[in-house]
Each structure stands twice: as C-alpha cells, then as structure tokens.
Design a protein around this ligand. Structure first.
Ligand code: NAD
Length: 374
C-alpha cells in the first residue's frame, strides 16, 4: 500500500503522523510518501521523515501516486478535483454535522473515512482521536483562562491579604470537561460542573469538582455514552441553576455537545449580562454553534467586560503532543486496513472499518450518518 501523508492547510499546525510511526509503517512494508514540509509546523523535518524511511514528494505527486491519502483537515475544492475514485481519503470531518461535504463525497463516488466516527468501543479506544484531541483542548482551555484572567487561580494568603481562589464553571463533563476539571484543580481553582449524564458525577467528584445536579435529565443508554436532547422543563430548571453559578464564576468552560446536532445553548446573553466584568467564557463547542449565545467560532468577543473565546482547535496550539497522540490513534486504525506484505485490505466486516467509513462507491456506510443523509 502507498500511503500519502499530506501537509495540513492554513493555520493547522499538526501533522497526521510523526516520523517515529512512519518508521513502523515502513517496517510493515507500507510505502510512505510524505508531502514536502508536511511536519514542519509540528517540528518534524523532511530529513526526519526520510530517515524514518519515507519518500518526499510534491502535493501533486502524492495525489498522483498514493492509494490512501491522510490529512487531519478535510479536503478543499482543489483537493476534491484531484482525488480519484480508486483512492481512499482519511481525515476528520464531523460527518454528522458537515452533511454538505458528505454529499459531495457521495456524488463524486469517493471512499472516505472520518476518524471522529470510530466507534467508542473498548477495542477502538486506542484509535479514539476525539478523546485524544479533547484531552488537549480541555487542558489548553484552562491554561488560556489562567493566562487571561485578571485574577489568580489559586488561593493565596499573603502579607498583602488573602486572595480567594478562582471559581471555574465547567459545562459538560465528557473527555474535554474532565481534563479541564483536573487542570483547573491543579492550578488551585474551585470547580463546579454541570452535565446531563448522572454517570459522570463520581468522576467529577474524584477529580475534586463539585457536581451540580439538576433533576429530570433525559438519559438514553442506546446513545452509546453520549448525551441526548433534553425536555423543555429540564432546560428551564438547568438554565436557572447555570445562571446562578455563572454569575459567581470567573471562568466558564463550555464543552457540552450532542453528536450530529447544534451544541445546546446553555449561556444566554442575559446570563452574560449578569456575569462579573473581567470574567471569561471559553467555548470549546464553538464549531457547532457554541454553548454561549454570543460565541463566534474562532473569534474572541467582549460583551459588557466579559470575554467570550470561541475556540475549536486548541490541539493546533500544541502541535507536537497533539500530533503524537493523533498519529498513534491513526497508526492503530491503519493497522486494520493493512494486509499481508503491506497491501491495502479494506475489510468492511470489521465494525471499526465499516463504522469509520463514511462514503464508499456512492453509498453511505456509517449507520448514523446514513440515518441523517437519507
Ligand atoms: P461530547 O463531546 O459529545 O460531549 C461533552 C459532554 O457534554 C458530555 O459529557 C455530554 O453529556 C455533555 N452535555 C451534552 N449536553 C449537555 C447539556 N445540555 N448540559 C450539560 N452537559 C451536556 O462527549 P465526549 O467527551 O466525546 O464523550 C462522552 C462520553 O463518551 C464519555 O464521557 C464516555 O462515557 C464516552 N466515551 C467512550 C469511549 C470509549 O468507550 N472508547 C471513549 C470516549 C468517550
């Protein structure tokens, strides 16, 4: 199999595979074609890739020769004009949300895989790019908040008086939220947490956070550990509780998401109106609309002294470890489609391969995407 490792477009600093894993693919008899400067922004040089056994090539040559094209970001129009039906495109493109892109893939008859659709089973844990990147995002969100806040995070008892610890409110205790709790606690903040899944209460408490319970949340075991849409009655009660906590918070970190839907709006403009000037909202759900009504994706806005940061790609601010984690997940996934002697072996009887494949020969294979598209 010839694997084409592409240089990421625009502001993306990560690379889908670092040289250390290219080496292992070469041992498995995979030919790796790396686009010139693919790893530059993640501090991996062309010489490092060559030393690992990759061959360097222009972008056009990679598109011309590779059987599998690997890039974290989805293809742009120019890429779409180059990809052939016989090739496989692997990236992360949120197919439950980016349905127009899925439709384009379908019409072009392309074979595409989206790594954010890897089933969340025990067997697939080592391939779970969502968890890896959410870990980076939760950590970075807290660091950014600590740097920007006009007050300390920890409590200080000094000769100049006692400084109270910062109050951090975290909405959503999934992978990013749990990492944010751990990071904020390490910096000495007091942390309050909301989630609609009662199962996370113990995890929140074990990390030193206070879980704020709102009665009446709808939970669905069939949702595979994810949240589902809530009733109007629950939303009203949750809103009141969040409003009270937000008014006392120095930092709000928003991570609440429902797969395939717009992120729930949990912080309305009126809530922000009542927040303390100088406080911060960091919205990690920005790419699907945000948990705050005032969030703008990849922008900062200030409303009555409250700064709202819509940030959907913190991993690009930590390219080395983010690429290392992403690459390890990709490598574990690639092992499923590498056959004997390094040949390409697409086995759609494997639930991980089938579940991650979004389009193939004019059909949608992923069941959840299929239910949305058709
Ligand atoms: P996510 O990014 O979809 O959502 C983040 C959090 O927001 C979730 O905890 C969700 O319950 C919460 N949320 C949604 N709507 C909300 C609302 N209205 N108010 C408050 N909170 C709300 O989730 P994620 O972090 O990707 O993962 C969620 C869960 O999936 C994990 O905690 C875990 O149970 C499971 N998971 C399983 C595996 C595996 O088995 N391989 C891997 C990763 C995660």
């Amino acid at each position: 199999m010839i694997l084409g490792l592409l240089r990421e477009p625009g502001d993306e600093t990560r690379v889908a595979l670092l040289p250390e894993l290219v080496k292992e693919l070469v041992v498995a008899k995979v030919e790796v074609l790396t686009e010139n400067s693919a790893g530059e922004k993640a501090f991996a040089s062309d010489a490092d890739y060559e030393a690992a056994g990759a061959k360097l090539a222009s972008r056009e040559a990679v598109f011309e020769r590779a059987e599998v094209l690997l890039q974290i970001q989805p293809p742009n129009d120019s890429d779409l004009s180059l990809i052939k039906k016989t090739q496989i495109w692997i990236s992360v493109f949120n197919p439950l949300w980016e349905t127009v892109l899925v439709d384009t893939f379908l019409k072009k008859g392309l074979t595409t895989f989206s790594l954010d659709s890897i089933p969340r089973s025990t067997r697939a844990q080592a391939m779970d790019v969502l968890s890896s990147m959410a870990t980076v995002a939760g950590y970075k969100a807290v660091l950014e908040a600590a740097l920007r806040l006009p007050t300390f995070f920890p409590m200080f008892m000094t000769a100049a008086g006692t400084i109270r610890p910062a109050n951090v409110l975290i909405l959503g205790a999934g992978v990013a939220g749990l990492q944010a709790i751990a990071s904020a606690r390490r910096l000495g903040a007091q942390v309050q947490v909301f989630d609609v899944r009662s199962a996370v209460k113990e995890e929140v408490m074990s990390l030193g956070g206070k879980f704020v319970e709102v009665e009446g949340a709808v939970e669905d075991k069939a949702a595979g550990g994810y949240a589902v849409e809530q009733t109007e009655e629950f939303k009203r009660k949750q809103q009141e509780a969040i409003d009270q906590h937000a008014a006392k918070a120095n930092v709000v970190i928003c991570t609440a998401q429902i797969p395939g839907r717009k992120a729930p709006v949990l912080i309305h403009k009126a809530t922000v109106d009542n927040m303390k000037p100088g406080s911060l909202i960091i919205d990690l759900a920005a790419s699907t609309g945000g948990n705050c009504e005032l969030t703008k994706n990849n922008e900062s806005v200030v409303h009555k002294g409250v700064t709202i940061i819509g940030q959907s790609n913190y991993p690009a601010q930590m390219p080395v470890d983010a690429s290392r984690m992403f690459g390890k997940n990709v490598f574990n996934f690639l092992k499923l489609i590498i056959g004997e002697e390094g040949t390409l072996n697409l086995n759609f009887d494997d639930d991980i391969v089938k579940g991650t494949c979004i389009t193939h020969q004019g059909e949608v294979l992923n069941e959840r995407v299929k239910s949305i598209i058709e």
